[in-house]
Design a protein around this ligand. Structure first.
Ligand SMILES: [Zn+2]
Length: 285
């Protein structure tokens, strides 16, 4: 049986001027980049000539889809008025960058209530997401990523993400499923054909599988249900090659962009070898 392969790529470091080249060097067909420094609230908007040059290089490349990753500091569930408003502003800026460079959208983490009331946390998330979308009109997407859980985090459960997606009710709100985070959150004990089918049946039922636009394909250094987020190279962690073969066997995931965020075999980030290993999981299943 011939199996369709999804587009596979990686998180790529380097600014707009070099990321396309860096992505092509490892054979990526899709890439995720930071729009600005991920550890700062302040966002630097790219200059018009940087964008023009980037678009020229991208147009000639084999990269089909580009995603931005938000700053790590973003926490739309925060009860601190400062962190909340900085988070909204940071996402607004990143969504503007995504729009300017023609990216699909911005992938972001849902944050934590840090001990505060959970329902209020969800309300803050919904209001913030609506605010960001109305501030930056257009078609670019806000893409919610599931988390490894722990620490009052929002987004470890499928129902958390479904609750937000259904409450905001905008076609611009999408989902990114991180294979390591789902495993670490205990959504599966292991990825087998059966557990993968069950998992994505549940996604489909609760939020519509078509709303998942990206898969963060990462192995996990920690065990299932550890609530401890630590990525590993494909096949080197507790998910293992069998786990990725099981994920690859679900054809409902073949129209998603598969993006690696792994340490790399030489410790320099996602590399060609990881892309090749992941890619080989799609053969003959
Ligand atoms: Zn991720």
């Amino acid at each position: 049986m011939k199996v369709m392969k999804p587009i596979i790529g990686a998180h790529i470091s380097g600014g707009l001027s070099v990321c396309v080249e860096n992505a092509e060097r490892i054979g990526a067909q899709t890439m995720q980049i930071f729009g600005s420094s991920p550890r700062m609230w302040r966002t630097r908007m790219p200059l018009a000539d940087e964008v023009a040059e980037y678009k020229k290089v991208l147009g000639k490349s084999s990269i089909k889809k580009v995603f931005l990753h938000s700053a790590y500091l973003v926490n739309l569930a925060s009860s601190s008025p400062d962190i909340y408003s900085f988070s909204i502003q940071s996402l607004v800026d990143h969504l503007k960058i995504a729009d300017v460079i023609g990216a699909e959208g911005v992938i972001f983490h849902l944050g934590s209530t840090k001990g505060g009331d959970r329902d209020e946390g969800f309300e803050r998330e919904v209001l913030a997401i609506k605010k960001v979308l109305s501030t930056v009109p257009g078609g670019t997407q806000l893409i919610m990523e599931n988390t490894a859980g722990g620490g009052d985090k929002i987004g470890a459960e499928i129902s958390d993400i479904a609750r937000l997606l259904n409450s905001v009710n905008s076609p611009r709100v999408k989902v990114c499923y991180d294979t390591a985070h789902g495993f670490e959150a205990g959504l599966v004990e292991s990825y087998t054909k059966e557990s993968v089918k069950k998992l994505f049946d549940e996604f489909d039922k609760k939020l519509g599988i078509e709303n998942i636009v990206a898969i963060h394909a990462n192995d996990s250094k920690t065990i299932s249900n550890s609530n401890h987020d630590k990525h590993e190279n494909i096949g080197e962690g507790h998910i293992g090659i069998n786990g990725f073969e099981a994920l690859a066997s679900d054809s409902r995931l073949h129209d998603k962009a598969w993006i690696l965020e792994v340490p790399g075999f030489d410790g320099e980030g996602s590399d060609k070898k990881n892309i090749e290993i992941l890619s080989s999981c799609f053969k003959g299943s």
